[in-house]
Design a protein around this ligand. Sequence first.
Ligand SMILES: Cc1cc2nc3c(=O)[nH]c(=O)nc-3n(C[C@H](O)[C@H](O)[C@H](O)COP(=O)(O)OP(=O)(O)OC[C@H]3O[C@@H](n4cnc5c(N)ncnc54)[C@H](O)[C@@H]3O)c2cc1C
Length: 372
Amino acid sequence: LERQVRQAGVVVIGGGPAGSAAAFHLADAGVPVTVVEARAFPRVKVCGEYISPAATYLLEAIVPAEELLRAGARRVEQFVVELQGRRMEWRTPQPAWALSRGTLDGLLLEKAMQKGAAALQPASVRGVTYLDDLVVVRLTDGRSLDAGLVIHADGSGRHDPMGPTRARREMIGHKCHLRPPQGTIRGVTMRSCPGAYVGTIEVEGVLCTCALVARQSLLARFGGDPDAMLSHLWPSFHASWRASEWVASGVPRSGYIRPGHARSLRIGNAAAAVDPVGGEGIGLALWSGTHAARQIAAAVAKDGVLQAKAILEIQRLLARAYRERLRYRLPACGLAAGALVRPRLLGALWPLMRLPSIGIGPWYRLSGKPAV
Ligand SMILES: Cc1cc2nc3c(=O)[nH]c(=O)nc-3n(C[C@H](O)[C@H](O)[C@H](O)COP(=O)(O)OP(=O)(O)OC[C@H]3O[C@@H](n4cnc5c(N)ncnc54)[C@H](O)[C@@H]3O)c2cc1C
């Protein structure tokens, strides 16, 4: 076994939004950090590619607005819900961002590296050995990294002793990019369908993202063919609009999972996952990466090194902050997902949603988005 020992300080497993946000802020504070990312970028990721307005300040702290615009990101100010031919539309109090994950994740990791983070990519973590004063992160290519702390930002936390988050067995997520006729897709649109919900949004150039969450049984009814299923769920959809292959993934959902070792932290989806309907996953990833990094940087600034006692305190503070963040987001996103896959239930709520004094306001706030 070739052993490459690096005094890596902090090793971050995963270069998604959580891992890159953590690496960016750690490197910015002068804490040595190495990101290990399994995939070469740009890579496709199952995601609706809507970045909640709750995360605007976190995203822009890493990638300034003008750079996002130069990369093709769009500001989204319209929120639309469609229910079997009926349509309701709101102007959201604060604009959100939309950008493909191929571009977004590449930008975030690049920013972390510009700040001084090291990145091993493509390089995949095979396992982590936890010792009292050290963690050894082992890669599939035989190399290993010694670190004082490992941050699990791999979307699941499978290398933390507490084990991976679970996906909802009955649901499956799908995503592809579309090139529909101009004007077909405006703002972020959520379509309510029996057993599924379908989200669309404009991203870079003429590309639109289509992401859907469907019951496995529904997909099975269409022989596992997402085009056939989508044509049924969204009758105006044409398979000829598709600009990319479909990619599928599980749909994780969990409250906060605490790390299973004194030298381990979990962030992003590895720590907790809300139903995708709220468009809060990237926001939670950016928030937790930023929050954890700031705590680590403060501990290093105070003690000169990262002591086990300080990590335990960071774990405690992160757990508390997570529980506060999830208190309303988790049920609000769960309820919205439940209503969207049951059009009859959503139909019953429709008159309330029409009231200007109600609209989507309460849900918008409970799911974490800033009200004005
Ligand atoms: C259908 C669907 C639609 C969604 N739509 C939205 C949306 O519109 N807006 C939103 O905010 N959220 C959405 N989400 C949720 C969002 O995609 C996630 O919350 C977000 O990606 C979590 O970011 P992360 O950084 O924690 O993990 P990830 O984005 O999963 O990144 C983890 C990274 O770790 C890497 N990795 C994994 N294993 C290893 C390993 N062993 N070694 C090295 N690297 C590894 C992966 O390659 C990956 O790059 C959606 C999710 C689904 C399923």
